[in-house]
Design a protein around this ligand. Structure first.
Ligand code: FE2
Length: 324
């Protein structure tokens, strides 16, 4: 942008506010006192909305996609869960994206790396489904959470007999806002396997999650039931928690400046978000944007994965929480 024409003398001689505004406009300068919309407000606005996506529908759509498109054409066969607010076709909440993905038996999804952090919760898979992270081949079993942090190579494959379904979570909306996006396909296409590992810092195995939940005390008056954190935190922008809900016991209604996405690893129940009810079951995804009062009640012994931007907001002193 080049500096526009008004001379300092003309600006100084402005005889009215209207004349001053007229001279400021070609300079791309606005008078702060004359701004039509405020730039500060008293508490977080309701921009994104609470939303729910069902696994039975996603499963059926991915079955169709499995017939209609292969992993040669679609590097990732995934379904983006975009928040239904005007102008948005991507983000699930302000900072986070959730997507269902499926890979057929015998298929491989090419390796790549990117600056957005990513992770996945495995919903349905038989032995043989795997991911390769920086050369390490790691199994993907139902209930497992696998990490592919910022700039780590990752690709997926399925040597099993059944399609593998999972839910991806990424901080891409955050990276879109901040701009530091980099992406690179792996030079070999499919990254060679350097080693195979059941135990990896990139994998939170379901059996370990259940053991840790068994060993943890419930917080019956709290908003998260029995909760454990995966990693400390798992990734720098994304916090991961597993929550176990006792049947019929409501969690405390609360709101937080963090954006939360809940994915159902086991069981069924209902979440009440800002007065609206969402009945969920295994494999479903529920988005709770920032500052929306919400609580959960399980029908049975349910386990939820809670994916949030707490890890980002906490160190920036932007995390505020309130219970009702
Ligand atoms: Fe990726």
């Amino acid at each position: 942008m080049k500096t526009a024409s008004p001379a300092p003398d003309d600006l100084a001689r402005s005889g009215s506010l209207e004349e001053l505004y007229r001279l400021l406009t070609p300079m791309h300068v606005g008078a702060g006192w004359n701004k039509p919309t405020p730039s500060l407000w008293d508490e977080p606005r309701k921009t994104f909305v609470p939303a729910h996506w069902r696994y039975d529908q996603a499963h059926a759509a991915l079955d169709a996609a499995g017939r209609l498109i292969n992993t040669e054409l679609a590097e990732r066969r995934n379904l983006i869960l975009y928040n239904p607010v005007p102008g948005n076709d991507y983000a699930t909440t302000r900072t986070l994206l959730a997507a269902y993905q499926m890979i057929l038996p015998g298929e491989q999804a090419r390796s790549h790396r990117h600056t957005p952090n990513a992770l996945r919760l495995i919903v349905d898979a038989e032995p043989g489904a795997y991911t390769i992270v920086d050369g390490e081949k790691i199994p993907m079993d139902p209930g497992d959470v696998l990490l592919t942090p910022n700039w780590s190579w990752h690709g997926h494959g399925n040597e099993g007999k059944a399609p593998a379904f999972w839910i991806d979570f990424l901080d891409t909306p955050l990276i879109h806002a901040l701009e530091p996006m980099f992406f690179e396909p792996h030079p070999a296409g499919y990254e060679p396997v350097a080693r195979t590992a059941d135990i990896s810092p990139m994998r939170f195995a379901w059996k370990d999650t259940l053991r840790r939940l068994d060993e943890s005390a419930p917080d019956t008056a709290g908003p998260y039931g029995t909760q454990i954190e995966l990693g400390e935190p798992a990734m720098r922008t994304i916090a991961l928690h597993m929550m176990r809900l006792a049947p019929g016991v409501p969690t405390a209604l609360h709101r937080t400046t963090a954006n939360n996405i809940y994915a159902v690893a086991r069981g069924s129940g209902t979440s009440t978000i800002d007065g609206e009810s969402f009945a969920w079951s295994r494999g479903d995804v529920v988005a709770v944007p920032a500052w929306r009062p919400h609580g959960h009640r399980a029908d049975d012994d349910a386990v939820l994965l809670r994916v949030s931007d707490e890890a980002l907001l906490g160190p920036l002193a932007l995390l505020r929480q309130e219970r009702f």
